[in-house]
Design a protein around this ligand. Structure first.
Ligand SMILES: Cc1cc2nc3c(=O)[nH]c(=O)nc-3n(C[C@H](O)[C@H](O)[C@H](O)COP(=O)(O)OP(=O)(O)OC[C@H]3O[C@@H](n4cnc5c(N)ncnc54)[C@H](O)[C@@H]3O)c2cc1C
Length: 416
């Protein structure tokens, strides 16, 4: 049996930051972490480079979250992007700003951010028990007194923080355990859905297009016939899924719409720089300049290698006809396909591949100013376990750090 001021369950970015801030405020802090090492997910974040935050101004930053980030205003007011950059610098970790305001670990190694946080916690005498999952919260008369671990050790605490993350990438330790613990003590859970994830088309994609990346394409998401989202950039075909940055971004809207039973489509404009008339002129020019060639070769001039057969297969055009035999009807079919390549969706990638979890502990039962539960005294929440999720770009990690920091600060305020 052990006693502490703050018991943190989960040593991810949210839990570690809460521990560091609370220790700075003079509290005795203990962390329980189920994995052998802390913050495994942070260590693989940003393709291993750690996109820690974004330099977007406050109001723009909020727009990247569900519900326009209303719940997060207090947390971001307490500890925002520049505070995080300064914090890391003071702890010896340099960061670098890149395209789109994305802030990365300067060395390009996210694991250095993990090591930095671990060092910062140890320096402040935070006790970390790794390989020690919490299995149960000690709750009596709507008040939390700590937790019991899977090896039946009891940790009593003045305050307890659930910072166990969501359900995505379960191999990193985020198994949804905290959601179970929150539900058991009466918290409403907004049904979790994988987000920032590849999307599954109904049609099975031919192996020839596997791995192809389409750059500078305009992609629209249409749900029940209504335009629901639009992105410009890169998409790819991976393991039978639509993937790449624009698809990952659109998945935040597509997944909940599909869960609502809506019929969703991805419509790709492969030639966004050309309107229909200009594209027709371009095709005509290719035909005139290559009169002796085949339609297949005309198509090849317009598309990356590998996409040619897919185009012919989908449009039903005969690739072997001579350029001179290409009619205006053929051109129209080709043009429409290039401007409106349509994929009806039938699902999304699994939890194992989702970057974040949408849904989680309902923010209606959590005080945004302190992150304390409104229904269980001395129980706090931070990070992805909460019903908060955002676009890619460093927003999700900043939310984890800011909510963690706010918890560390709130506990001090309430128990001087
Ligand atoms: C591949 C990938 C790349 C990403 N890249 C970025 C990026 O570049 N930028 C960005 O902003 N976001 C990124 N994200 C999202 C970001 O990593 C998460 O939003 C963030 O890690 C959430 O932090 P957290 O502390 O809330 O939870 P987590 O990081 O999930 O940490 C939760 C911790 O709790 C532990 N735990 C769980 N249950 C228990 C239990 N019962 N007892 C004890 N411990 C428990 C887990 O083992 C884990 O260590 C990425 C996510 C993935 C999967």
């Amino acid at each position: 049996m052990s006693s502490t001021d703050l018991l943190v369950i989960g040593a991810g970015p949210a839990g570690l930051m809460a521990a560091i801030k609370a220790a700075d405020e003079g509290l005795k802090v203990t962390i329980l972490e189920s994995m052998p090492r802390p913050a495994r997910k942070l260590g693989i974040s940003g393709k291993g480079r750690g996109n820690l935050t974004n330099t977007a101004p406050f109001n723009d930053f909020l727009k990247h979250f569900n519900n326009e980030g209303r719940f997060l205003k207090s947390a971001f007011k307490a500890f925002f992007n520049t505070d995080l950059i300064i914090f890391f610098e003071q702890e010896g970790l340099k960061t670098v700003e890149e395209r789109g305001g994305r802030v990365f670990v300067a060395s390009g190694k996210a694991t250095e951010a993990v090591a930095c946080l671990h060092r910062a916690a140890e320096k402040r005498k935070v006790t970390i028990y790794t390989g020690t999952p919490a299995k149960e919260l000690i709750v009596k008369s709507s008040q939390c007194y700590g937790a019991i671990t899977t090896d039946n050790r009891t940790f009593y605490a003045g305050s307890t923080l659930l910072a166990t993350g969501g359900l995505s990438y379960p191999l990193t330790g985020s198994t949804g355990d905290g959601l179970r613990l929150a539900r058991l003590c009466g918290h409403e859970i907004v049904p979790p859905l994988p987000s920032l994830v590849a999307l599954k088309p109904e049609v099975s994609l031919p192996s020839a297009i596997e791995g192809i990346a389409l750059r500078n394409v305009a992609v629209e998401l249409r749900c029940n016939g209504k335009k629901t989202g639009e992105e410009f950039g890169e998409m790819s075909f991976l393991d039978g899924y639509l993937a790449g940055p624009v698809i990952i971004t659109l998945s935040r809207k597509a997944v909940p719409e599909m869960a609502d039973g809506k019929r969703c489509e991805i419509i790709v404009d492969l030639k966004p720089a050309l309107d229909y008339a200009k594209l027709d002129k371009r095709i005509l020019r290719d035909i005139e300049e290559n009169a002796g060639t085949t339609l297949e070769n005309i198509v090849a001039k317009l598309l990356p290698a590998g996409m040619r057969q897919f185009c012919l297969q989908q449009t039903g055009l005969n690739g072997q006809i001579k350029a001179a035999q290409i009619t205006s009807e053929h051109r129209k079919i080709l043009r429409n396909w290039l401007k409106e390549l349509k994929f009806t969706l039938c699902g999304q990638g699994p939890w194992e591949q989702a970057i974040v979890t949408a849904g989680g502990v309902s923010t209606r039962q959590v005080n945004p100013a302190t992150l304390e539960s409104k229904i269980v005294k001395n129980l706090y929440f931070a990070g992805e376990i909460l019903d908060i999720d955002a676009d890619t770009g460093g927003y999700n990690l900043q939310a984890a750090f800011s909510t963690g920091w706010l918890v560390g600060q709130s506990i001090k305020k309430e128990k001087p």
